[in-house]
Design a protein around this ligand. Sequence first.
Ligand code: AMP
Ligand code: MG
Length: 432
Amino acid sequence: MLPASQAESLILDLVQPLHLQRDSETVHLMAASGRILATEVVGTLDFPHWDNSAMDGYAVRYADVQGCSAEQPAVLDIVEEIPAGYQPQKTVQPGQAARILTGSMMPSGADTVVIQEETTRDGDRVSILSPPRSNAFVRHQAEFYRAGTPLLSAGLELAAPDIAVLAAAQVPTVTVYRRPRVALLSTGSELVGPDQPLHPGQIVDSNQYALAALVASAGAEPVCLGIVPDQPEPLKAAIARAIATADMVLSSGGVSVGDYDYVDRILAELGATLHIRAVAVKPGKPLTVATFSRQDPGTTAEEPSQILYFGLPGNPVSALVSFWRFVQPALRKLSGLSSSWSPVVVKGRSHHELRSDGKRETYFWGQLYLADGEYEFHRAGGSLSSGNLINLAQTNGLAILPVGHTRVAAGEEVDIMQVNSAKSITQKQIKV
Ligand code: AMP
Ligand code: MG
């Protein structure tokens, strides 16, 4: 059985990210949130666009004011008023100043701003009462960013701050990767949908719903192919359809060693290369990872598209944990993100004792809080059996016990993987 960290790096090595030319599209900034930039953006505007004032005051020539004091103020003629959005019309000559407001363009001739508080005004004349530093309160053109240099790099996920930068740089559209398509199928003759009558012995297909939500929140497009019974022919047809249409396939169930676990055999029959059959994790031990080559329009015979197939365990807790631990990093790399594929792991105190047999990397699901600025993990109440789906609700963290570790005492520090970012970490309500 493969150790978890080796499985993760093997999986990441198998991922062929979306293709810069074939898999990119242009979107308007209003639709760019959460999309991944496919090409570097180079701006054509300097920041600031021109020299401007950082304060309300007077634009002056430093040479005119450098020796002034409250006793011997420099008295200057005000030749112009420069509000925001106005282009100065006059050059400030020796002995002159311009009234200027925050953000306004500096007039030519002036090199320094004297803040209003250091002046007194009398009609069209201003007295400067103390000498500023040379160039004080002037934001110089291109001081923050120079046109023609990289503004945002390819492979980053666009969020509000990036979109603000692009808008300010007058970049109204961006080239982003298309959303990866992830086919989902639930295998199991016992499965019925949540809206169908449940007969004795049947089980509701929760995986399709949970995985679709996870795929969508990872920025990808779920393609739900429904329930497939444990029969070789329908299963083969469904898997063939999935690999023909998607960039990644997630099936759940049928990868264990039971009599009806056909998935691995069918993958081999369909020409897959099987890379992983099981990983030393708990829950989630049976995990099949395979790849298929597909000849898409625009691909060469030497460089076909590579489809990654995950056969997740059917057990709902195991399926989710496997997604967070192994599928999500692969999906992040596939989608064009240039870094930060792996889950975020923080250190925090476990509120409860945690026990494992130490044989496999073990995950405990529960809630991650902030308490007095430190992370605190509360394992879910009730049984942490992988068959107990019900106490998974509101999970936002998985405490991890590495192989060889059998116990974390209550109050002891433990690694916690942040999961389900939709369920954000909250301040723990301390009861008094
Ligand atoms: P399997 O991996 O196919 O042996 O399934 C393991 C357990 O998970 C069995 O109890 C299945 O009934 C259950 N299971 C399989 N697929 C699903 C699913 N899509 N949703 C909920 N439970 C499932
Ligand atoms: Mg099954």
